[in-house]
Design a protein around this ligand. Structure first.
Ligand SMILES: [Zn+2]
Length: 274
């Protein structure tokens, strides 16, 4: 086993997102959640003396793999500015959107939460959203209409915003940050994934979509800094999986247990309120 492979197989899993955010927000994690939070993130908060995070924004761009960071490094400077804690992570099997988001937001492996294949059923098990609601937090999910993020966490006391496209998601998210009516917001974008399936994950149009994702993230971070200035807050750039080229079609795809699909990176930014 090469050093690289050895290192990669030790990556923490995206299930760690739920216990990490629960730890920061000081709420009891959902029932099925893994207990292992990301040390690096929690230690940074401890070091900075920030506790009891009141506000959280999770920006979830579909299909942005770790390889994009490695190959288009300079684009990510704009992500690292508001969210400098970069944590390489391993996705879940199969690395497809509904399964990944189910794991990210339950803190559990697919065989535990039960969503293990294509399809967008409403998850009935306990999720971070249920845990947040129990703790009295106000939750919003802003997604492109009928995408997994829009559908699988339905039937909860969450405000669901189903938008026409990525741009509308960004506008809506900015509006609701400004409203100060929510404590935990997920904003989901899918254009990059759409393009990679039509072409490849690194074609010119895909890179433009990735740049749009990154610009949107920066805009959301800036809005938080103004309108949530007084709150202890965390922002996360949190993709679900990566992608590879299907040798038969020559187009982008994902769903295999291979590094291109499985390795991602999440970026955390934490700030204390004034
Ligand atoms: Zn996809």
């Amino acid at each position: 086993m090469s050093d690289q492979t050895k290192k990669d197989t030790n990556l923490p899993c995206i299930t760690a997102i739920t216990p990490t955010l629960c730890k920061l927000m000081e709420i009891a994690p959902p029932a099925l959640s893994d207990q292992h939070f990301l040390d690096e993130v929690v230690q940074t908060a401890n070091r900075d003396g920030i506790t009891n995070f009141e506000k959280c924004l999770v920006y979830a761009p579909d299909a942005v793999g770790l390889q994009m960071y490695k190959n288009f490094r300079s684009l990510f400077d704009t992500v690292l500015k508001p969210a400098p804690i970069a944590v390489p992570l391993c996705s879940v099997i199969p690395p497809i959107t509904p399964v990944c988001f189910a794991s990210m937001f339950t803190g559990a492996q697919p065989r535990v939460h039960g969503l293990q294949k294509k399809g967008k059923p409403v998850l009935t098990c306990d999720t971070i959203f249920d845990a947040l609601i129990r703790a009295g937090k106000r939750v919003a999910i802003v997604s492109v209409k009928e995408q997994s993020m829009d559908l699988i966490f339905r039937k909860r006391k969450i405000q669901y915003f189903s938008e026409f496209d990525d741009q509308a998601v960004t506008h809506r998210t900015i509006e609701i940050i400004k409203s100060n009516n929510y404590d935990f917001i997920v904003a989901y974008h899918c254009e990059y994934d759409d393009i990679l399936h039509e072409k490849t994950h690194y074609c010119t149009e895909a890179i433009q979509a990735l740049s749009n994702d990154i610009a949107a993230f920066a805009q959301l971070a800036d809005t938080m800094d103004v309108f949530w200035q007084r709150n202890n807050r965390v922002i996360v750039f949190a993709p679900d999986h990566g992608a590879h080229i299907d040798p038969e079609s020559g187009k982008g795809t994902h769903g295999n247990n291979i590094p291109q699909d499985m390795h991602i990176q999440h970026y955390f930014g934490i700030k204390g309120g004034t």
